[in-house]
Unconditional design. Structure first.
Length: 114
């Protein structure tokens, strides 16, 4: 896989994580109402735009890389989303959640190595 393809994969996965975080934040703001709800539509719009960027980047990567080599890289998104949720949304996972993320990453490594 070329350096350009690797960069597109990394950027697309970061866009996916950012989009998920923005969408979650928008829905949380809307749910609480009042002063905290202000700006939820802007946050939702940013989330949708970021997810669109992810989708378009992913389509570009799919054009360059075989799907059998590309799809295992999609498996890093659970780890990135958990880390992003912890950093930006202050969410916490218990040991079972971390074990699940770890098993997912191990599975991705095994599939990628084959």
């Amino acid at each position: 896989m070329s350096l350009t393809a690797w960069l597109l994969v990394i950027i697309s996965q970061l866009a996916l994580v950012a989009g998920q975080i923005f969408l979650k934040r928008a829905m949380s703001r809307r749910e609480h109402g009042g002063e905290k709800a202000r700006g939820w539509i802007g946050t939702l719009t940013i989330g949708i735009a970021t997810m669109t960027v992810w989708f378009l980047l992913w389509l570009g990567v799919m054009h360059q890389v075989e799907l059998s080599k590309l799809m295992p890289l999609e498996g890093i998104s659970p780890l990135l989303i958990v880390l992003g949720a912890a950093a930006f949304l202050h969410e916490r996972l218990n040991w079972r959640g971390w074990a699940g993320v770890g098993l997912t990453c191990v599975g991705v490594l095994l599939v990628s190595a084959s």
